[in-house]
Design a protein around this ligand. Structure first.
Ligand SMILES: Cc1cc2nc3c(=O)[nH]c(=O)nc-3n(C[C@H](O)[C@H](O)[C@H](O)COP(=O)(O)OP(=O)(O)OC[C@H]3O[C@@H](n4cnc5c(N)ncnc54)[C@H](O)[C@@H]3O)c2cc1C
Length: 405
């Protein structure tokens, strides 16, 4: 370990939103930080793009407002729920205040955070190399082993390596799973002029219980579509067969478009969704953050927002002990970070689960769906009001988070 009273070196593993933002905040405040990322760049095929007002506010608190304005992005204009090709209700964005849920290009955002971090003299960047193990010294974690065989010593290792975190497994910190994992297929397809002017997050539920959601992503001309996989469903289908499956759930104008663009539908990417929270987020010298500590469901775009909020809270607690070089104080601050973050994470996951249960109920009950289609003209507005009220806590965050250092 570096002698006490000197800033202590930190290794952050994984440059997703949690790792990249924490690295930037600590490095800018004088902490020597090395950020290790298994991928060579941020152009990976998939990372959710939806930022809620709570995540946009977190980026602004980090001083990223001007940078944010320059990134490829697209706000949502509304949310629409369609059953058997009929609109049950539509709710306009922004639901409250003046910030709409916004799709932001994640490679561009992560590049921008990294670019800012790189201006700090103590920042080191190691892309294209995976961490394969932890180094232990007595009862402390003292660094990491990289896939090229080299070793990096650190007074603190922060594991922000995502929902399948290797470091969580290596550390023995246990994940309590909240619900059974589901699989999603992710597609990209050419946009329709209607989405260009009116970017509605559209949820479609068909007569056979099939479900998908689609919206215009951050990049020009591209729709994104998430298909909920039922157990045993065949995924080896031609693009035309997928186009037909999507069209069967859609109103006529959208069904026509989906059939027309079918040859250009991308090969689907299978994404496993798991949800949970570790019963303990830390060991001496090691902290889990972001999805590594609490993998989030994609429902109502929470994970990036929570990851950014984790980074702010971690910076508040870690900065002083890291600068002072006090190992005991570093370890106590890990407890404080977990204690501050757990209530919001658990509440957000419970609200997401509530939404998931309602969707599941609708998917499984043709009777309920038919009744809702019949009653939509009478009850649509009431259902929309109740949905809207349920969303507000998920958009604004469930705790007061401020960057105080
Ligand atoms: C289908 C789906 C859609 C989603 N959509 C949204 C959305 O629209 N909005 C939203 O807010 N959230 C969404 N989420 C959740 C969101 O993606 C995550 O919660 C968020 O990315 C977590 O950020 P993170 O920084 O903790 O981890 P990640 O973003 O997963 O980043 C982890 C990083 O660690 C790197 N890594 C992994 N292992 C190693 C290793 N051994 N060594 C070095 N590097 C490593 C990975 O390459 C990766 O870059 C979605 C999730 C899913 C599954």
């Amino acid at each position: 370990m570096t002698p006490a009273h000197q800033p202590q070196p930190v290794v952050i593993v994984g440059a997703g939103p949690a790792g990249a933002s924490l690295a930037m905040l600590l490095a800018e405040r004088g902490v020597p930080v090395t950020l290790v990322e298994a991928a060579r760049d941020f152009q990976r095929q998939f990372r959710g793009e939806g930022l809620m007002p709570s995540g946009l506010a977190a980026l602004e608190a980090m001083g990223c407002g001007p940078l944010l304005a320059r990134l490829p992005q697209r706000p949502l204009s509304a949310w629409s729920f369609q059953l058997h090709g009929h609109e049950l209700f539509r709710v306009e964005e922004p639901l409250e205040g003046d910030r709409a849920c916004t799709l932001i290009s994640q490679p561009a955002l992560l590049d921008a955070l990294l670019e800012r971090a790189s201006r700090a003299s103590g920042f080191g960047w190691k892309p294209g190399v995976a961490v394969v193990d932890l180094i232990e010294s007595g009862d402390r974690i003292a660094g990491v082993v990289l896939s090229d065989g080299s070793r990096l010593g650190a007074s603190l290792v922060v594991a922000t390596d995502g929902r399948s975190s290797l470091l969580r497994q290596r550390s023995g910190l246990e994940l309590e799973r909240r619900s059974s994992p589901i699989d999603l297929l992710w597609f990209r397809l050419p946009s329709h002029p209607r989405f260009e002017g009116d970017n509605v997050f559209t949820m479609l539920l068909g007569e056979d219980g099939s479900a998908c959601s689609l919206f215009h992503g951050a990049l020009p001309g591209e729709l994104q579509l998430g298909w909920v996989l039922s157990g045993g469903e065949r995924i080896e289908r031609s693009p035309e067969a997928w186009g037909e499956a999507f069209a069967a759930l859609a109103p006529a104008w959208l069904a026509n478009h989906l059939r027309q663009v079918a040859p250009a539908i991308s090969t689907p990417l299978k994404l496993s969704v798991q949800v949970g929270c570790c019963s303990r987020w830390h060991r001496p010298g090691l902290l889990l953050l972001g999805d590594a500590a609490h993998p989030m469901s994609p429902i109502r775009a929470q994970g990036i927002n929570m990851a950014l909020r984790d980074a702010i809270v971690a910076t508040n607690h870690l900065l002083a002990p890291l600068l002072a070089g006090d190992a005991t104080a570093i370890d106590s601050s890990l407890e404080q970070i977990e204690a501050e973050r757990v209530p919001e994470i658990r509440r957000a996951q419970a609200l997401q689960q509530q939404e998931a249960r309602q969707a599941q109920l609708l998917r499984r009950s043709p009777l309920l769906r038919r009744a809702l289609v019949q009653l939509a003209p009478l009850l649509g507005e009431r259902i929309a009001h109740s949905w809207r009220q349920r969303q507000i806590p998920l958009r604004l965050g469930l705790a007061k988070i401020q960057l105080t250092v």
